[in-house]
Structure formats: C-alpha cells, structure tokens
Design a protein around this ligand. Structure first.
Ligand SMILES: O=C(O)CCC(=O)C(=O)O
Ligand SMILES: [Fe+2]
Length: 300
C-alpha cells in the first residue's frame, strides 16, 4: 500500500471512530472541516476512496455480471415492445434489478437511505454524419432540484465494450470540486437532442479522460463532474444502463431565479405537452419518479 493510502486509512479510521461526519482528507491535513464525497462502509479500499475524492469518479471493473446485463437487455426489449402494443404495463421499471444490484457501492456515496431517482437504458445510435450522437459536456446536477449535492451519485454501466469509437464517456477529472455552471443548448451545426444542455464555459485546457470500459464495468460519478460522450462512429447502437441515486435524506429546492430555471421550464412544458399536466412542479416530476431502494425515504 502506498504511503498516501496508508495515511488515508489511518485518517479514515480515526475519523469514523470519532465523528459522525467524515472530514475531507485534504482538509484533515490542513486540520479544518469541509466537504467529503464518500463514506467508509468497508466496501471501497482507501485508494478507491481517495481516487473518488480527488477525481469525482470511480471505475469498478466487472461489477455487473454478463448474465445480468443480457437479462436487462432482454427485459428492456420486451418492455419496449409491450409498451408499444399497450397490452401490458409493468408497474416496476424493468431496470429496477440493476438499481438494486449495486447498492453496496452506491451506499458509499449516498449513505444508507437510498432513492433511485432516474434509471435509463442509453441506446446511443450510430451517427448519421451530423455528429448529433454526441452528448455535450454537462453536470448532471443541472437537472436535479434536490440537495445536498454530495449525497447524489450516478452509476453508469457498459452493456458492451465501450470505446472512443462508439462514444465512451469523457470526463474532466476534479471538476466535481467546482460549482454548478450555467447550462444551455450548444450551438452545434447539426443540432442537438432535446434536453441535452451543455456547460457554457469550461476550461478547454482542462485534462480530459476517455473512459473506455468492458461489458459490466461501472463508473460512479459525482453530479458536478463535467462529462459528456463522443460521437458513435460504429454501425451499432452503443448501450449503457445508468441510474442516478440520491440519499433519502436529500430535500427539494426551489430553482427559480437560479441557472436551473431553464431546465425547469423545459420539463414543465414537456409535462404539459406530453401528458397534459398543467402546473406540475419540477420537483414533483422527480418525487413521482423516485423509488426507495434501501432504508427510509425520510424527505425526498
Ligand atoms: O451515455 C452517455 O452518452 C452520457 C449519458 C449522460 O451523461 C447522462 O445521461 O447524463
Ligand atoms: Fe450526464
């Protein structure tokens, strides 16, 4: 074990024994209390925690089995078919088994009360040449009217090999330590998908990492981490499953008058157009979707 990791282990041990809130490792060295991004639950090694604290993401190789991924793919296919035919509507989202399977890791970021707020199967299409398969660089927190930020985490699992060629995730390590930035539609020539807002200004010289992954590998990342994904230059659909989790102890905030107001308006408009729901509050669109997956739903 490296010296840094050894020191970190001692620090974590000391802190977990002494206080309920863990103190940031860097701050510990400066002996002041501030932010931490993870908990010691015995699942992550000190090195893994240190990596997340410093970089805002953590890759766990081979976390979801091949059999499970194939099952999710199959279930999802049937769910879509049934939805289309309207013969059968399942009350549970078909990907709930995915959300439930990785909680041991999620808990390291959210704490013991866990809500699955948003689950997606992301089916990135082959690019037709207009580069619209790109996902602009963004912070997921832009979409969330709940806090605290550090008790929210995204899990993103590759359902097949994901490379630069088919549009893997691109992250700017360490940007989780910054603030939520203003987001809007990028002015790309070929256009951009609905709701795909991007960060207006980020440092173009910030180091970028292309996160290439094998089937079943899972990356956990902080909602302030600036990330996006490249063009899919292959003929197949690039598939990934993701879930955004938040602590059940998180609370809703009013985003009026903040940079998140533009997404709030867009979501409300969509709810009105698609479901005829008038005056639905932004937070209700989340409260309705969120599902308790562990512990207690105390406030979210
Ligand atoms: O899968 C991707 O290409 C990026 C997904 C993403 O960042 C998101 O849905 O927030
Ligand atoms: Fe994202």
């Amino acid at each position: 074990m490296s010296r840094a990791a050894e020191r970190l282990r001692t620090v974590i041990h000391h802190l977990d024994g002494a206080t309920a809130t863990i103190v940031s490792f860097r701050s510990v060295e400066r002996s002041e209390c501030s932010r931490t991004y993870s908990f010691d639950t015995g699942t992550l090694t000190p090195e893994q925690r240190l990596f997340y604290e410093e970089n805002g993401f953590l890759l766990i190789k081979n976390l979801v089995s091949e059999t499970d991924i194939d099952r999710f793919r199959y279930t999802f296919h049937f769910y879509v078919m049934n939805e289309l035919r309207k013969t059968f509507i399942d009350i549970e989202p078909p990907l709930i088994q995915y959300c439930l399977g990785i909680l041991k890791y999620v808990e390291c970021f959210t704490g013991p009360n866990i809500m699955a707020m948003h689950t997606m199967l992301i089916n990135k299409p082959p690019d037709a040449g207009d580069k619209t398969s790109r996902h602009p660089m963004h912070q997921d927190l832009h979409y969330f009217p709940f806090r605290p930020t550090d008790r929210i985490v995204c899990a993103w699992t590759a359902m097949e090999r994901v490379t630069r060629q088919n549009g893997c995730l691109v992250v700017l390590p360490g940007t989780h330590k910054g603030a939520l930035q203003e987001h809007d539609y990028p002015d790309w020539e070929g256009g951009v998908n609905k709701m795909y807002h991007g960060v207006r200004d980020y440092d173009p010289d910030h180091p970028r990492l292309h996160v290439e992954m094998e089937k079943g590998d899972t990356v956990f990342f902080h909602p302030l981490l600036i990330h996006g994904s490249g063009m899919n230059q292959t003929q197949g659909f690039r598939k990934a499953i993701s879930c955004h989790y938040a602590s059940g102890d998180c609370y809703y905030i009013d985003v009026r008058g903040t940079t998140q107001e533009n997404i709030e308006n867009e979501v409300k408009e969509l709810a009105q157009k698609k479901y005829g729901m008038n005056e639905v509050a932004f937070k209700d669109t989340w409260a309705f979707r969120g599902r308790l997956v562990q512990g207690e739903r105390t406030s979210l």
